[in-house]
Design a protein around this ligand. Structure first.
Ligand code: CA
Length: 293
């Protein structure tokens, strides 16, 4: 299959990540973790806005108000992208200054799940947390190496999760009322030559789209069988995450990174760090869940 992968705008992120489509404002949000930036792209008028924080930003999620919720180097924040005010909520790892938050996403009940990782690659030094509506924080998974992609099945009963350090996609039984997860099953193991699994989204057929870091592609899998259904090749090696956006949620947005690439690499992949889109990709996603607090 020939995919028409287009760069969205000329902007090279160090570590572009965590794309979120906002249907209310017809905008795509994503972060550049290592630049500490939140980006907004309005495809209807071509406006690009950048918010800069003085720390790493692992992920953002939408709320019911104008603010976004963010998982940063120093914990959870609410951020007003217009007034540029960052309001701290809680840092569950204030005792671990060598850790930072990485990927995050809201569950269908409006909890914000986000996980941490060691900035010096210490294995199993991170955790997956849930920020509840009342701003309490609970540990969901302990001993995570690099907390990354998340997705929920349409019936909310299954939580899909990637700890990149394990090179696998796992499925847990999810109790939406309690926000608890049980019964881990490894559903997809990714061979080293494919790259390593990073961000993830789910489509309306219940299939998983996994970005492959150092693999230069996005793979679509059937979570029931683990079967690889299709692959989308990108013109860059460090593919980080993807989500569906656009009016009908049929445009696939894909983020990428340029961190660690040398001059020769960048000559070969000048678009490294860009945001890409495949318009009308033939598949449809879900709107994102909003933070309820
Ligand atoms: Ca990631």
């Amino acid at each position: 299959m020939n995919w028409k992968v287009e760069p969205v705008l000329k902007y090279q992120c160090i570590l572009g990540e965590g794309p979120v489509w906002d249907p209310t404002n017809a905008r795509l949000l994503w972060v550049d973790i290592l630049n500490g930036e939140i980006h907004q792209w309005f495809p209807n008028n071509g406006i690009h806005k950048t918010f800069k924080a003085e720390q790493y930003i692992g992920a953002v999620a939408l709320t019911n108000s104008k603010e976004v919720i963010a998982a940063c180097q120093k914990g959870f924040y609410k951020i007003n992208l217009e007034s540029k005010v960052m309001s701290p909520i809680f840092n569950p790892e204030s005792q671990l200054p060598n850790n930072r938050f990485n990927d995050g996403k809201c569950d269908p009940a409006g909890r914000f799940l986000a996980g941490t990782m060691s900035m010096s690659n210490v294995p199993q030094a991170g955790k997956l947390y849930a920020l509840e509506a009342d701003h309490s924080v609970r540990v969901k998974i302990d001993q995570v190496t690099c907390s990354n992609g998340m997705a929920w099945s349409a019936d909310s009963r299954t939580f899909y999760y990637i700890d990149t350090g394990l090179r696998e996609v796992a499925a847990f039984d999810y109790n939406l009322k309690e926000g608890s997860l049980h019964n881990k099953k490894v559903i997809i193991s990714i061979p080293r030559e494919e790259g390593i699994p990073d961000g993830m989204t789910i489509d309306r057929d219940g299939m998983l789209w996994v970005a492959l870091w150092n693999g230069g592609k996005v793979n679509r899998y059937d979570p029931k069988t683990g079967k690889l259904l299709l692959q989308i090749a990108l013109p860059v090696s460090l593919v980080t995450s993807c989500t569906f956006g656009g009016r009908d949620l049929t445009d696939l947005y894909i983020t990428s990174a340029s961190t660690g690439l040398n001059e020769r690499d960048l000559e070969k992949q000048p678009l490294a760090g860009s945001l890409f889109v495949i318009k009308n990709c033939g598949f449809q996603g879900f709107p994102p869940h909003l933070f309820s607090g």
